[in-house]
Design a protein around this ligand. Structure first.
Ligand code: ASP
Length: 327
């Protein structure tokens, strides 16, 4: 009693200040997987955290100036696509045939316009090609050589095959073939990158970019560019970007399902993300998601040991994390 009364008195005297939503907020991921302390060297740990911080900085700079959520998502993902630690752009994984074929998608929660590309080979920033599909074509989803041609027509920056290819990823393909491993067993990590932003006008946007899975064949496409699976944004609910075993994320319709739970069931972003990731897990899939909302509330959820992740909002310091035991 002696302890409780002063607390109650303090609460009663606190004026009812409505919790101000942050003016803007941004969450990112660089993939989920068996990411544990003994699996990363100190140098890798440091370089990945630095890259996540650079990406947050690029997105924050856009949002701080009053830029749109979509511009922030694109600027953020450019940094991660250029960094070879992640499976997107430079450092994308190899197909069975030894090529880099990348998938990407964006969605604008304000209009629910979306753009996506699959199996593209020559655009330095596949996320910008996805955005060009959204803004400069009548379509939502382009694939393969047609998408590469559209990129050239749009005069997007082109890159040689040698820009995307790294020795580490080639080694992973060779190990997969030699040991007859599955795509995930060769590295135990998904390295897809994604960003979800909420701008000062309360709009949300999502973007995801990936090389897919090591050793993929037959034109396999994962969840990242599939609108509603790996990427979705709707101002009435949330913006989501996913990483993980794409086939399960497509079957669950992960990104749309999270938005639907928030919109129709009134769930918090955390509850919706946890429930949908649990459903993916029950089917046998693994991975994670990041979520942002028009109120600026963010969440992440994953069923793997770790996920490369970060977040920042107006007035609060950026935070990045890798392992499950980090806050
Ligand atoms: N989700 C991606 C895919 O299935 C893989 C990843 O997250 O790295 O293509």
């Amino acid at each position: 009693m002696r302890l409780i009364l002063p607390v109650l008195a303090a609460l009663a005297s606190t004026p009812a200040v409505a919790q101000e939503a942050p003016r803007w907020s941004l969450a990112i991921h660089g993939g989920a997987g068996v990411i544990e302390r003994d699996k990363l060297s100190p140098a890798q740990d440091k370089a990945i955290r630095a890259a996540l911080n650079r990406a947050l900085k690029a997105g924050s700079a856009v949002l701080e100036k009053g830029g749109s959520a979509m511009d922030a998502v694109e600027a953020t993902i450019h940094v991660l696509e250029d960094d070879p630690h992640f499976n997107a752009g430079r450092g994308a994984v190899f197909t069975w045939e030894g090529r880099n074929e990348m998938d990407a998608a964006v969605m604008d929660g304000r209009t629910r316009k979306a753009g996506a590309v699959a199996g593209v080979t020559a655009t330095r920033h596949p996320i910008s090609l996805a955005r060009a599909v959204m803004e400069k074509s009548d379509h939502v989803f382009l694939a393969g050589s047609g998408a590469d041609a559209f990129s050239r027509e749009q005069k997007l920056e082109q890159a040689d095959a040698s820009w995307f290819a790294t020795p580490e990823r080639r080694q992973q393909l060779e190990t997969l073939k030699a040991k007859k491993l599955s795509a995930i067993d060769v590295d135990h990590k998904y390295g897809t990158v994604g960003a979800v932003a909420r701008d000062a006008n309360g709009h949300v946007a999502a973007g995801t970019s990936t090389g897919g899975m090591t050793g993929k064949r037959w034109g396999r496409i994962g969840d990242a560019p599939v609108i509603g699976a790996g990427t979705y944004a709707d101002d009435r609910a949330c913006a989501v970007s996913a990483t993980g075993s794409g086939e399960y994320f497509i079957r669950e319709g992960v990104a749309h399902e999270i938005c639907a739970r928030i919109r129709f069931k009134g769930e918090t972003p955390q509850a919706a993300a946890d429930a949908v990731i649990a459903e993916v897990g029950a089917m046998g899939g693994d991975g994670g998601v990041i979520v942002n909302t028009p109120s600026g509330a963010m969440a992440w959820s994953y069923n793997t040991p770790g996920m490369y992740r970060g977040r920042v909002s107006a007035g609060s310091a950026p935070a990045v994390a890798i392992y499950r035991d980090e806050p």
